[in-house]
Design a protein around this ligand. Structure first.
Ligand code: SF4
Ligand code: SF4
Length: 386
């Protein structure tokens, strides 16, 4: 019998065994989440059975465009990433920090009790594993550890999927974050589908993953299976819809803070913040206090914020970034340049969501390329930045 306790061990399971995988996770008190079709998109939601997965669906993505199409086969993971990321579960859009209630002779304050289910994420893509690793660094590694994030993250069981389809806006290959999952998972699947079979190559990424694989009916992975899985990944790698030249990009952006392209992009940008909402690494939040009309209770909540709003940079007397150009520049230079100074890695994993879900189709790869094509090599105080 093969030893699955070894990281990197591989086996093959059938499509039917995916149902058992989900049942074993549910029996282990995991809240099983994965992709499903809803409202014309593939979103992440509760999945009770393998039938809930988007069998036979794929997506077509371009700047400002997304739609679903039927595939010619019944692949379960034959699409790229959708509008949502796993961020919504680990770093929820709204969270109560504390509530206060007026009693007869005192005010009682209760701190928020974050929901901390044991998450099992099914179908996490390589770029999303990198995004989770980036958020781990932001929330857990700094001097101020986010306890609620840590509680949600610590027990999460991750079933990754190596991509078999590159989206039209994907550029993970440029960012070194995909399409093959290279760590940060418990199990990683590669879907092997053709006229003769529908199976999954499974790679073990942790002891918990190996234990789970032992519960599933599986067979030895032959060299033909390994080659077939490599071919899936190579095909995806060669079909990337976009490319971002990263050589010297940090210096290029930080040296072009007054480039006229920032004004040009601002004429198109609606400052809607879609790009920050869909981005799996954006983590900024604001804090709001609410009270009821009687003044008998109040709560403080934390919710996602966006550097595209005027309020985001409001300090006494006004906003620091009043112009659209300064806000777009802030977002893009943070993502691709100063994030590296701050966290030692780019803030972009090349998932392409900000391109697909931008209502006017602004493309971060095209904006970076435009500045690279006409560098101004100016340093110093940016114009319009205040
Ligand atoms: S900046 Fe855009 S492409 Fe990069 S991780 Fe965020 S949403 Fe994905
Ligand atoms: S770049 Fe696009 S998605 Fe982002 S704020 Fe501007 S219009 Fe909205």
């Amino acid at each position: 019998m093969q030893d699955h306790s070894v990281k990197g061990a591989k086996a093959v399971i059938s499509r039917e065994a995916l149902q058992e995988l989900m049942e074993v996770l549910a029996a282990g008190n995991y809240r099983v989440l994965g992709p499903k079709v809803r409202d014309g998109a593939i979103v992440y939601d509760e999945i009770a059975q393998a039938q809930d997965l988007p069998a036979g669906w794929t997506d077509r993505q371009e700047a400002g465009r997304y739609h679903l199409e039927r595939r010619e086969d019944e692949a379960l993971f034959g699409f790229a990433v959708g509008p949502q990321s796993w961020k919504q579960f680990l770093h929820p859009p709204i969270e109560t920090l504390w509530t206060a209630r007026q009693g007869d002779d005192c005010i009682s304050i209760t701190t928020g009790r974050p929901e901390t289910p044991r998450f099992a994420f099914i179908g996490v893509r390589a770029c999303e594993l990198h995004a989770i690793a980036i958020q781990d660094r932001v929330f857990l590694d700094g001097p101020y550890r986010d306890v609620a994030y840590g509680m949600r993250r610590q027990d999460a069981f991750i079933v990754a999927v190596n991509c078999g389809e590159a989206g039209g806006t994907c550029f993970c290959a440029s960012m070194g974050t995909g399409p093959k999952a290279d760590g940060g998972f418990d199990l990683a699947l590669t879907e092997l589908i053709d006229a003769a079979r529908h199976e999954f190559l499974v790679e073990v990424g942790s002891e918990a993953g190996g234990d789970l694989l032992d519960w599933l009916p599986h067979r030895f992975a032959s060299s033909a299976d390994l080659l077939a899985a490599e071919a899936v990944i190579a095909r995806t790698q060669n079909a990337m819809g976009r490319k971002l030249e990263t050589d010297g990009l940090k210096e290029l952006l930080q040296g072009n803070l007054t480039h006229p392209r920032w004004d040009e992009v601002a004429e198109r940008c609606l400052a809607c913040g879609n790009c920050t909402s869909v981005c799996p690494t954006c983590f900024c939040t604001t804090v709001e206090d609410h009270s009821d009309l009687m003044g008998s209770s109040a709560e403080r909540i934390r919710k996602w914020d966006s550097c595209f709003t005027m309020d985001f940079s409001y300090i006494h007397g006004g906003s620091v970034r009043k112009t659209g150009s300064s806000r777009y520049r802030q977002w893009m230079t943070h993502k691709l340049a100063s994030w590296i100074d701050q966290f030692g890695t780019s803030g972009c994993v090349g998932c392409g969501r900000c391109i697909t879900w931008c209502p006017v189709g602004i493309d971060i790869t095209a904006e970076a390329a435009a500045i690279r094509a006409t560098p101004q090599a100016t340093k110093g105080e940016p114009h319009g930045g205040t």
